[in-house]
Ligand binder design. Sequence first.
Ligand code: M6R
Length: 607
Amino acid sequence: MCGIIGYVGKKDAKKVLINGLQTLEYRGYDSAGIAYFSDRVIRILKTVGKVSCLKDKVAEQAGNDATTCGIGHTRWATHGGVSDTNSHPHTAGKVTLIHNGIIENYKELQEELAEKGRFPVSQTDTEIAAMVIDDCYHGDPENAIRNAVRKLQGAYGFCIMFEDIPETIYAIRNGSPLVAAHTDRGSIIASDMVALVSYTKQYFVLKEGHIAKMTKDEILVRDENGSVYGPNIHHISWDVAAAKKGGYDYFMMKEIREQPAALRNTIKPRMVNGLPDFTADEVSDDIFHDISRIVITACGTAMHAGLMGKNMIERLCRVPVTVDIASEFRYQDPIIDDKTLLITVSQSGETADTLAALRLAKERGAKTLSVVNVKGSSIARESDYVLYTHAGPEIAVASTKAYSVQVAVMYLIAFRLAYVSGKISEEETKHYMSEMMFTVDQVEEVLGYDNQVESIAKRLKKTEDIFYLGRGLDYALSCEGSLKLKEISYIHCEAYAAGELKHGTISLITDNVPVIALATQPDVYAKIISNVQEVRSRGAKVILITTPGAAVDAVLCDHQITLPETDPLFSPFVAAVVLQYLAYYVAVEKGLNVDQPRNLAKSVTVE
Ligand code: M6R
């Protein structure tokens, strides 16, 4: 949520900032702005709209400004509407800053400042933060920042410039991510390493509460006590090309097509002698000992991966599993104790609600395991154990490859737990593992269904409501298919457990309402087909997704998509591609920006 970048070094800072903001735009695209030192004076340029609008403005109005130090921001609006005034950077007195997060007590702080005769010009919480820092500034910037953040409640990642300290950027964070690197070309900091990777592959994560002072020669980090701190350096394992579109119109399509590779990268290193093995992840089987239940918590797509996990773990391990939406979890006084294994699932590893759920569960004594894509992210660092997914960077707001690999890791957890607890034999475990690897080939095959799905999508583009139906694993997958469709095509869509429809929702089924039915599970095949009959006889337009050999009455559906032959337990991996394609092509048909759907941002670092 909001992308921030700071650079000081030998290069043209305007260019570095604009390039960086373009890579960070998926984090928010309401407005963008930069501030930089030029001739020892801070200049600010900002505008509503995409980074491309800012780029044009900078070219027109600041093309000749020489600068080697600046900060930049791409906004996902929280407090205050989308306007130039509310865009970052914000200035108060000697302080200019950019912010990712929310200052929750900004109203009270605003009142305190008003008593001192200080009033903001924007409606943002960020400007209040700038005013508080300026109010604390009496010549010592780190002291000012330290004293100011004591007054702030909420989440923040700040990059700050002081008018009287040229060529220097200060940064601090709480909750919101910041990664930084120093190279012989200068110092750079950003909310995501996608903005760093074209400069360096070595980076560090700024710890919460630490202050980074960045100059062209070094980044000096001090901890809460003011002592110099040497941060741990991490290595980015993917290439700069991974964060580029590579000839595709949209990142989403590129990422859909990267799924076979992402799945192999995630599964193969954990397959030792044919068995699931987490030794290299330093996740010992102790986490499975002495647990009475598993709680999975996550948001959005990641939560849907958790639903798959519940299904597999309960089926194979006979351990009770609940899946909680992270934003609800912490406010419902969850029943968690030292016999609970809490699994958090998160692509970014920074989702505020998921992080808060993790912290609460730790406080209550749970063992914690996270399934995370971004190395060194907050959720990964704060969990007892981490199983990284190896999807590479996911840029499109709509999650695709990250979902598939999250599901794969949930399956691996189920297999390992079932195996070590003696619920399935070595032979069965090996069978499951090899079936899962085989499924990756089927995922590759189903990538070739694009034309077929596109032609169905063309017929859906004018629709206002769509329903997904499924049972068991198909229902869990339906939830994800439905989220994908509404997220990027703006069509209202609901996923229903097929048997539940007749308890109310079937009243919404009228002539030509599209119903997408997933029928890949043999144990409930006859049941779902009956449910399809029920909607069909009320006029629904049915798109049926089935497996080879399924006996389908020709009058039952308008379109049938037959998946490649797959073990039913693994069919969600294959069917997921069809659902992702469907959402993608409907959005393309409607002429929408697939990668940057309205009102959304990729990484949700506010509650
Ligand atoms: O980074 P996370 O996996 O924690 O993000 C959670 C959700 O915000 C995310 O999965 C969201 O639902 C997807 N972008 C939807 O496609």
